[in-house]
Design a protein around this ligand. Sequence first.
Ligand SMILES: Nc1ncnc2c1ncn2[C@@H]1O[C@H](COP(=O)(O)OP(=O)(O)OP(=O)(O)O)[C@@H](O)[C@H]1O
Length: 336
Amino acid sequence: MSEALIELDRLEKVFRVRKRAGLLRREVSEVRAVDGISFRVRRGEMVGYIGPNGAGKSTTIKMLTGILTPSGGRLRVAGIDPARQRTALARRIGVVFGQRTTLWWDLPLGDSYQLMRRLYRVEPARFRANLERCVELLELGPLLEVPVRQLSLGQRMRGDVAAALLHDPEVLYLDEPTIGLDVVSRNKVRGFLRDLNREKGTTVLLTTHDLTDIEQLCSRVMVIDRGRLMYDGAFAGLSEVGESERTLIVDLAEERPAIEVPGARVVRVAGPRQWLTFPAARSAAPLVARVAAEYPLVDLSLREPDIEEVIARMYAAGWEGARSGGAGADGGSGVG
Ligand SMILES: Nc1ncnc2c1ncn2[C@@H]1O[C@H](COP(=O)(O)OP(=O)(O)OP(=O)(O)O)[C@@H](O)[C@H]1O
């Protein structure tokens, strides 16, 4: 079994916020941005870290990079306590924030990389090899002479991903790496990350609002809400937790009022077409057989639950009854 590279034990971050409470009085209130989160990420895993706005994702990432000091709990990244040994950790991790760049705005992209080489004291041969690889796979060749401020968002993002990898980090944190990118750039970045993980075994923690990123890249997803870990498991398992429904769409030979089939509910009728929903966990076979036996059927199709809807429903329900998806912090389907 591979080692845990990221370890969180009941990690907490509490912000104290001063609020005006009358003309002169100030009240101090507490925001529990991260409220006792525990998980382990093994070397080589690619894990999605998702949740609604204000859930505590960025705060977690900031603690993992050493920018913020935890208020409680324990945290280790590659055996290092990030807040105490931030410089030592910087050599082992790479960070990409989609919303802002780590590159020098007025310098050509290639010069930014040279500065980074010196900053991180990357050995020249290793730097050259990493740069060559990134330039080739992220198609940066024509951009090396271009000042960063002249790059398009997609070009700059590819430039930032390369910048985070020139010192061969073991762990890569990505915060919204595909935000605002067109389909071509998005696919390029995703493909690159997949190859990086496969070839170099880089461990990746990915925060994104685009669930396709997670679906295509991550075998495991963690969902947080209000500072707590609500789900840790396989992406596919999310729909079960969300108690979602599947939809059977039937085309009848003629228009009819809503048909009646036990275990399903007609939610829409449009001409001869009717939409029936039923619990996603149940097999569609008996339902299909019943409809076919009792009604003149022309065609039918099955629609799987939309994962974004499922997650929205989980958030809206305040996660009452949310369960682990079978890949908890210490092992399971999505881990290792
Ligand atoms: N420096 C700070 N001082 C006070 N409160 C803060 C601070 N930083 C974050 N918070 C609060 O902590 C909570 C978690 O914020 P965080 O930025 O980690 O959420 P997030 O999941 O990254 O959200 P988003 O998807 O919107 O980026 C929010 O309620 C936020 O207002």
